[in-house]
Design a protein around this ligand. Structure first.
Ligand code: ZN
Length: 165
C-alpha cells in the first residue's frame, strides 16, 4: 500500500489564507509550486510557493469567480500563470488550488472532482498524480486546508503537515 504525505511551508499556508480572504466572498484560486518525490513506496509532496490568478492584472479575463464558483476560462492564461509561478519560485508546478469561502462547501464540488479527474486522465502531472489544494472556512474562527490527490479511482484527502524548523 502506497502512503502519501503532503507537507506545506508556513509561508505557503499564509499565502493561501491571505489570498483566499482577500478575494472573499468570491471563490478564487491559482497554482502551487514545490517538490515531490516517490521513494520507499511513499509519495511525498512539499507545497512551497502559491500564486493567485486574481492578483494579476494581466490574467484578468482568464477566469470566472463568484461566491459559489471559480473556473478557469482560458487554458492558455492558466499556462501563463503556471509559467509565472515556476519563474517566481524556481520550482516545479505541482498542483492547483482554489477557495470555498462559503462555509457550507468544505469538500470538493462535483465540478471540482470532474476537473481533477480530467487532469488525471490527461496525465497532466505525470509521472505524479494530480494534487488539488482546497482552502475553506468551516468555522468562523479559522480556515482549513485540505489536499486532494487522485490515485486511480479514489481521491485521497489529507491535511497537509506544516513544516517547522
Ligand atoms: Zn470548488
Amino acid at each position: 500500500m502506497m502512503s502519501v504525505i503532503v507537507n506545506i511551508f508556513p509561508s505557503a499556508l499564509r499565502a493561501l489564507k491571505e489570498i483566499g480572504t482577500r478575494h472573499s466572498p468570491n471563490e478564487t484560486g491559482g497554482v502551487i509550486t514545490g517538490t515531490r518525490q516517490f521513494s520507499n513506496n511513499a509519495l511525498e509532496f512539499n507545497i512551497l510557493g502559491v500564486l493567485g490568478i486574481a492578483d494579476y492584472e494581466e490574467f484578468r479575463g482568464f477566469f470566472a469567480a463568484s461566491p459559489t464558483e471559480f473556473t478557469c476560462t482560458d487554458k492558455m492564461g492558466w499556462a501563463m500563470l503556471t509559467l509565472k509561478a515556476v519563474e517566481t519560485f524556481g520550482m516545479s508546478y505541482i498542483a492547483d488550488w482554489h477557495s470555498h469561502p462559503n462555509s457550507s462547501l468544505k469538500v470538493l464540488s462535483s465540478r471540482d472532482i470532474k476537473h481533477l479527474t480530467q487532469q488525471y486522465v490527461l496525465g497532466q502531472f505525470q509521472p505524479f498524480p494530480p494534487l488539488h489544494v482546497l482552502i475553506s472556512w468551516p468555522h468562523s474562527a479559522g480556515f482549513k486546508v485540505s489536499a486532494h490527490i487522485m490515485l486511480g479511482d479514489v481521491i485521497a484527502v489529507l491535511e497537509p503537515r506544516v513544516i517547522t524548523n
